[in-house]
Design a protein around this ligand. Sequence first.
Ligand SMILES: Nc1nc2c(ncn2[C@@H]2O[C@H](COP(=O)(O)OP(=O)(O)OP(=O)(O)O)[C@@H](O)[C@H]2O)c(=O)[nH]1
Ligand SMILES: [Zn+2]
Length: 361
Amino acid sequence: MTLGPNQTETLARARGDLRLGLPVVLVGAGHAMAAVAVEALTAERLAQMRALGPLDLALTARRAETLKARAYDDDLARIAVPEGADLRWILAVADPADDLRLPMKGPLASRRDGDAGLHRLALALAKSAQLLPAAVLVPVPDGLAFAATHGLTLVSTQDSAALDRLAPFAPVISARLPMVASHAGRVHVFRPDDGGAEHYAIEIGRPDRDKPVLARLHSACFTGDVLGSLKCDCGPQLRAALAQMGEEGAGVLLYLNQEGRGIGLANKMRAYSLQDQGFDTVEANHRLGFEDDERDFRIGAEILKRMGFSQVRLLTNNPKKLAMLSACGLTVVERVPLKVGETRENAAYLATKAAKSGHLL
Ligand SMILES: Nc1nc2c(ncn2[C@@H]2O[C@H](COP(=O)(O)OP(=O)(O)OP(=O)(O)O)[C@@H](O)[C@H]2O)c(=O)[nH]1
Ligand SMILES: [Zn+2]
């Protein structure tokens, strides 16, 4: 028996460390590197890293494409950080915020020798920590000893398999909540084992577990749900879904904390700032180094199953949600369209979702 962390816990620690600006030590295929997330890098830490050897800046291939830098490793590029490059240079290369004001970043030299496995792991960790997908890495001689000496978290490429697994989760508590939409409301809180965000199920009435339930998988949108943003349709969709469940007297709305289609509020605001420069919702995600949609809908399916549901009438315009629920073993007996909240400000956003992300009109 060991008291030490398992794979999932090690990854959770690494995410926390990266958000703090601490390096993590990555090992695999006989190599070891210390990696730090660019977003949390300080000048002091950069100097300490530089003292260890030549630095690499790992960027996604999507970001490299914008920068006209060569990505020799398919999904990522390893940029050699020039000796004189300071923190500002690194941030400007990694973060597209200032691309229009400062378009010239190069010339950027990409590495093509050696292995990119540790760089890939660093980017996956940064993404899963909802940081900008960019990391500075430096080789270290003996990963195990280096991590122990400096008190740093050690992650091996084998641990990365756990990044794709859906972490187990457990119900924490549920309590009654009378709401405008229904007096018979109940909020259930679910907590994943990987230190990630909690998710909520809002149960309206007492839906019959043997019949299809009116269900909605709602992804958190602070700007739409809380602030009444006109840039998207999330707030009206949230309220319309609850209202319909209230009218029917039964339903379940999952409030999934996957802000910004899984990239987090800070990155969503980065995307909004790019949208103000003329990029659409999909292009903005790509320029930041993210895919169009980084959400994992499996958690929604698993929560529904855990609550005893096996058949759903799903309120959505997104075919991917239907496909994922079916793939996870739920029977989708009906898609219930949810078309509310179209405004002059969000018309282009909704059109882009239909054209590029397959949303049904
Ligand atoms: N990255 C990014 N996320 C956005 C943007 N606008 C809205 N979001 C997020 O998109 C998610 C909205 O998802 P949902 O309401 O589930 O919508 P959907 O996938 O379009 O599917 P349905 O509404 O079910 O048809 C929320 O997490 C929002 O925070 C944007 O411009 N960029
Ligand atoms: Zn929204």
